[in-house]
Design a protein around this ligand. Structure first.
Ligand SMILES: [Fe+2]
Length: 339
């Protein structure tokens, strides 16, 4: 890694900022060799972090992640090469998921899909990128259903990548949801697949939120409103562009409907009767797994909660409407975390 050779000339710095594009730190794995230096942005300055002509090593990438750098800045030519490499690696693994070692294939696919999702956040109107995500995650859902015993391992392997939560959360919550749906034998495989897809794509509306807002400790009321709208944005971005029926798109739109119940619980307020209507089991489960994964994961602005604390909350928002499924959920989670 380079030292602290900052660019001191204001003009040079300004010129540089016009040429640099952000990529996710994890995407550096896809750079075979950088043609130009890569930079981090700190204290208002671009600081060169990797030499031109060098290969970003796993050590450098892990050091950046450990130091909370989620983005690095590269020149256009490197950006397009990294994007091309990422897309072709994702297409290749998607086509050959069932050939070779399922542990390696699944682990690699989860990682590439989640990184590629970052590209979709930056270009949510790109149809090719959306279809690549859709078809790859559809293939993945079939593969996951065929490899039930490996599901907890895949979950853990993606968690260990330490990706920013906006990238990791959709896949982690959908993977756990799929695993639970399979375990309760209430749904056909096609329904499980569609619920997995709806769950995985439910957050693409966060592409409308500026990156700088994700890690802020406090948010203004306007920011909170913007965050609350991401489910509507996701619906708008997906409608008519992916082969998911209205039923599943509605689940996307409603995927935070339980959050108002959690807020009411925190304020020791009773949820008004009309807001207490039972939404379907599918919507409830998509929302619940999103909550479970979020609560048990660390965020830049808070610590993670224990599984016990999380289940206490889930019990209060779900057990009255779905007592049997809640009991099945407790048994499932104990098993899932033990494996
Ligand atoms: Fe969400």
């Amino acid at each position: 890694m380079l030292g602290q050779a900052n660019i001191h000339s204001f003009v040079d710095h300004h010129k540089l900022s016009l040429k640099l594009k952000p990529i996710l730190v994890g995407e550096l794995h896809l750079a075979k060799k950088l043609n130009k230096p890569a930079y981090i942005f700190r204290g208002g300055l671009f600081i060169p972090i990797i030499h031109e002509g060098s290969v970003p090593t796993r050590d450098i990438i892990n050091t950046l992640i450990r130091n909370s750098f989620h983005e690095v800045f590269v020149f256009d030519e490197d950006l397009s090469e990294i994007k091309k490499n990422l897309e072709s690696a994702l297409i290749k693994i998607t086509r050959s998921l069932s050939v070779g070692d399922p542990v390696d294939n699944g682990t690699k696919d989860l990682k590439l899909l989640s990184l590629n999702l970052g590209g979709l956040y930056r270009n949510p109107h790109n149809d090719d990128l959306l279809m690549l995500q859709f078809q790859s995650s559809q293939n993945l859902s079939k593969f996951l259903m065929e490899n039930r015993k490996l599901q907890p391992h895949f979950y853990e392997s993606l968690q260990k990548e330490n990706f920013h939560f906006t990238l990791a959360q959709p896949m982690l919550s959908s993977l756990m949801l799929l695993s639970f749906l399979q375990s309760i034998h209430l749904f056909h495989d096609k329904e499980v697949e569609n619920l997995f897809l709806a769950s995985y794509l439910k957050d693409i509306g966060i592409s409308m939120i500026p990156d700088s807002k994700y890690d802020q400790k406090t948010l203004s009321d306007r920011d909170k409103e913007m965050f609350a709208s991401h489910a509507d944005y996701s619906f708008d971005l997906l409608e008519g562009r992916v082969p998911l029926s209205k039923n599943y798109l509605t689940i996307v739109k409603n995927h935070h409907f339980l959050n108002s119940r959690i807020k009411d619980l925190a304020l020791k307020r009773r949820t008004p009767k009309e807001a207490d209507t039972i939404v379907g089991l599918e919507s409830t489960l998509v929302a619940v797994f999103d909550i479970i994964v979020a609560m048990t994961s660390i965020r830049p602005f808070r610590k993670e909660r224990s599984l016990y604390q999380t289940l206490e909350v889930v019990k209060m928002i779900m057990a009255d409407d779905y007592p049997q499924e809640f009991k099945a959920l407790v048994v499932f989670l104990k098993q899932f975390y033990r494996n």
